[in-house]
Design a protein around this ligand. Structure first.
Ligand SMILES: Nc1ncnc2c1ncn2[C@@H]1O[C@H](COP(=O)(O)OP(=O)(O)O)[C@@H](O)[C@H]1O
Ligand SMILES: [Mg+2]
Length: 569
């Protein structure tokens, strides 16, 4: 950065020296006396002029060559910081936030760091240094009035540009709004083609599109015209300034102290000053936008995760798998009803099942165990440690989740299984897949483990995806297995296969199972029946059937339905 600033300053210095060299050479050639004698000196001066111009044009290139890795590193470090920070923010944040928007904040914020450095350190800053240098040279070498005209011209130019640009920002905003609504209309119509066709609304939609396009075009014309106005105004000020310089110089030549070469030099100095001013309007806008983008990035960085490790958080290490919910209460933001008074003890290696209607709070309880949210009342304990005292990473290393919809990365089957433990050996990966009843299927594919699964795993069936999810968890080898309706989305045939895989995975682990089909959880050590966030019944399958309560009723209903389906088949 220091080197880059130094090179920029050097370039400016040569930019100011070059016109003076040319002016002197012209003075030599236009002087009285023996021109042939003056020629070598003049040629020397012209050579220096060319060299100085080369330096003023070449040094910025050298600077960019040095600065480019700095700029890339600065952007990378900022992006990585923001990316890491965003990933550590709580589940709640990510559920509320649109993914695309978050990505944009990071990308634009990192870009803004680069813009701001470039514009301020390499453009605006040097332009002002150049102005001071040029004014000094004009005043000392030629005449102070020339310096005055140059400074005044630049000042008027800058003020005019900033005022007009501010006015244009509003117009651009209007144009962008029109653009957004145009896109919204076109995307909305094209994605809802079925509705449009069903209501024979093609012409109506086209008319709406045309109207939006007209609004956008009108704004676009306004923006372009104001840019024409800005450019014309800038040209006028520049050339008025040029006229001023030339007039003062001409007068000084006529009056005596200045010579023809000096007019050329003064003119060139002014030209050099004008050149970077060209992008001032644009730079001004970018700097303001950059400041906004940077502010958003800092806003993200300052956001504290709702669930954070305590500074003295413990490492759980290899857990035994004793899970305990102690009088737990929690409700989601903006919800009146949550889970309440949940008291459950699952000794290591045992299994507990949660059943109940949709929305009863089963998944919420599992998320509390993962500490995706913090409890509001009571405690969740693993091996006797409050999960709030354990580091999240060490807690989750001991937990393995198979959700209802396993979502895969757009990568190979091997990579998706190995995600649980990237350093796992080939044999371990295959063993996990065999246990998940996945290996035979995968081996039969033409590409085997290298088969790509498509975006979010779309190229695999539901049952295959579930089994990839199970293999992944088996490979992770957690002490506690959490199944959240892992088979609910499957048909009964596929369910049987996945169920067998799940039973293999659960062996020797503490398991917390949420299941829709009661037949899959009847062997659990304890079954918890939840309703509206509260435990209404609990006990073994036998106990609950004997009780003849809500569970027994659900059981009877499912049994009847199964018999009907069987009869139909
Ligand atoms: N992120 C969330 N924000 C607000 N409310 C939520 C959120 N997640 C779940 N809920 C609500 O909490 C209740 C319990 O949900 P959940 O635990 O997913 O039920 P289950 O898994 O038993 O079907 C539901 O009423 C649901 O609408
Ligand atoms: Mg659920």
């Amino acid at each position: 950065m220091g080197l880059a600033v130094f090179l920029t300053a050097g370039a400016k210095l040569f930019e100011v020296i070059a016109p003076v060299l040319l002016g002197n050479a012209i003075n030599l050639l236009s002087g009285e006396g023996d021109l042939m004698a003056a020629l070598p000196l003049a040629l020397g001066g012209l050579t220096l002029f060319a060299a100085a111009r080369f330096a003023s044009g070449g040094l910025p290139q050298l600077r960019d060559a040095f600065f480019s890795p700095v700029s890339q590193d600065a952007q990378r470090l900022a992006s990585v910081d923001a990316f890491r920070h965003a990933q550590h923010l709580s589940l709640n944040f990510h559920q509320t936030r649109r993914t695309g928007a978050l990505n944009r904040v990071i990308e634009r914020g990192a870009g803004a760091i680069d813009y701001l450095i470039r514009f301020l350190a390499f453009n605006i800053g040097p332009t002002f240094i150049g102005l001071i240098l040029a004014a000094t040279v004009l005043a000392i070498t030629y005449d102070w009035r020339l310096a005055l005209v140059a400074v005044a011209t630049v000042a008027v130019y800058v003020v005019f540009t900033v005022i007009v640009t501010e006015w244009r920002v509003k117009q651009r905003r209007e144009m962008n709004k029109a653009d957004t609504s145009l896109r919204a209309i076109s995307i909305d119509t094209l994605t809802n083609f079925e509705t449009v066709k069903a209501f024979a609304a093609e012409e109506r939609e086209t008319f709406r599109y045309d109207a939006a396009l007209k609004r956008y075009n009108k704004r676009y014309v306004t923006v372009t015209r104001s840019m024409n106005l800005l450019n014309a105004g800038q040209e006028f000020i520049m050339n008025l300034g040029l006229l001023g310089i030339l007039a003062v110089a001409a007068w000084q030549v006529a009056d005596g102290p200045l010579r023809v070469g000096d007019i050329t030099a003064a003119m060139l100095l002014l030209f050099n000053l004008y050149r970077p001013l060209n992008i001032l309007g644009w730079a001004w806008r970018e700097i303001k936008q950059g400041a906004v983008d940077l502010e958003k990035l800092y806003g993200l960085m300052e956001m504290a995760p709702e669930v954070a490790d305590r500074p003295d958080a413990l490492d759980l290490g290899q857990a035994e798998g004793h899970v305990r919910f102690e009088n737990v209460g929690f409700s989601h933001e903006g919800r009146a009803v949550g889970v309440q008074g949940i008291d459950i003890d699952v000794p290591a290696g045992r299994s507990v099942a949660f059943v109940g209607t949709s929305g009863a709070g089963k998944s919420t309880l599992l998320k509390l165990l993962f500490r995706f949210y913090d409890v509001e009342e009571g405690r969740v304990l693993v091996d006797g440690q409050d999960v709030r005292n354990i580091s999240q990473a060490s807690l989750r290393r001991n937990l393995g989740l198979v959700p209802q919809d396993v979502v895969l990365f757009n990568d190979t089957i091997r990579a998706n299984v190995a995600y649980a433990r990237p350093e796992a050996s080939e044999a371990e990966i295959e063993a996990a897949m065999r246990q998940a009843q996945l290996l035979d299927f995968v081996k039969a594919l033409p590409d085997g483990l290298e088969t790509r699964v498509g975006e979010r795993g779309l190229k695999l069936s539901g049952g295959e995806k579930q089994r990839v999810g199970i293999a992944r968890v088996i490979l992770a080898d957690p002490a506690i297995l959490v199944l959240d309706e892992a088979t609910s989305a499957l048909d009964s045939g596929t369910e049987a296969a996945v169920q067998a895989a799940l039973e293999a995975a659960a062996r020797g682990r503490t398991s917390l199972i949420v299941a829709h089909r009661l037949s899959t959880v009847q062997h659990a050590d304890e079954i918890i029946v939840l309703e509206s966030g509260q435990i209404i019944e609990r006990g073994s399958h036998g106990d609950l059937i004997a009780r003849n309560g809500a569970y027994a009723e659900m059981w009877a209903r499912q049994a009847t339905r199964d018999r009907l389906i069987e009869a139909a088949e």
